[in-house]
Design a protein around this ligand. Structure first.
Ligand code: SF4
Length: 265
């Protein structure tokens, strides 16, 4: 008889570090960030294009907030990541663990084994930041999540279109009783008709899901990869769009990327 071997999934990471969350519902809280490599979208405004492809190595902060990074080769194992996260978890320092990227759900089999372990060792809530376009992967990790921030991609700004997947994704989160919010990046190119469609989509799932309009942060010369200009919206546009969406859902908040103002990672 041939013995069955179980292959433990591995992951390709970009970095692990401790910092202040600058976006959405958790803004201002301190999190342990786990940034996964690889993304299958190509948003025009992406400031993390370095995460799109499988990186050969990752940067791991040794002490929370000290930026004393060590470099390790990818892929990495579950036990390595558990060790790196637990050593960051000094008593009472962090509010939660952020899974970000890239697209973390491209590592769903890894997360399904990693999350229960890290949750029981740290007792920290788990927050997922996602493009919200992969509802088929979400059920694998839903039982281990506490909150989800879903980017709803507006085609006029992002160049991506995933309306059906976004709706399925939100419904799955709601059915699992997770804390959810939706983030929409807006620029001068935003089509108000798409914002109306987005607000109506969210209302169909639940009108109490907060929507965060996030004025795009213009990219630096080295971050630019697309010919499409990425310009922050005008003050009047933001007010007009918030009023438009407020007709559909209870909360529409406008918050720029505050971690950039604080010079956080
Ligand atoms: S989903 Fe996120 S990481 Fe992927 S291209 Fe869009 S902004 Fe960049």
């Amino acid at each position: 008889m041939i013995a069955k071997t179980t292959v433990k999934p591995t992951a390709r990471l970009v970095e692990v570090f401790s910092a202040i969350q600058g976006e959405g519902l958790n803004v201002g809280t301190r999190q342990i960030f786990i940034r996964f490599g690889i993304c299958d979208l190509r948003c025009h405004f992406c400031d993390s294009a370095h995460t799109w492809n499988a990186p050969s190595s990752c940067h791991i902060e040794r002490s929370p907030g000290l930026r004393d990074f060590e470099i390790y080769s990818n892929p990495i194992s579950i036990s390595m990541l558990v060790e790196w996260v637990t050593r960051q978890n000094l008593p009472s320092l962090h509010d939660s663990i952020s899974l970000t990227g890239g697209e973390p759900l491209l590592h769903a089999p890894f997360l399904a084994q990693f999350l229960p372990e890290v949750r029981s060792l740290t007792n920290l809530p788990i927050y997922l930041e996602t493009g919200g376009h992969r509802p088929e992967q979400l059920p694998m990790i839903l039982p281990y999540l506490d909150s989800v921030g879903m980017d709803l991609k507006i085609p006029s700004v992002s160049g991506e279109s995933h309306w059906t997947e976004h709706q399925q994704f939100l419904q799955l989160c709601l059915d699992a009783n997770l804390e959810i919010f939706v983030k929409i990046i807006v620029s001068q190119r935003t089509d108000p008709g798409e914002l109306e469609r987005a607000a109506s989509l969210v209302r169909e799932v639940n009108e109490n899901i907060p929507i965060f309009l996030q004025p795009v942060t213009p990219l630096t010369e080295t971050q630019k990869f697309s010919e499409v200009p990425v310009l922050a919206p005008l003050p009047d546009q933001v007010l007009e769009w918030q009023a438009l969406m407020k007709k559909f859902v209870k909360q529409v908040r406008v918050i720029p990327q505050t971690h950039k103002m604080l010079n956080q990672l």
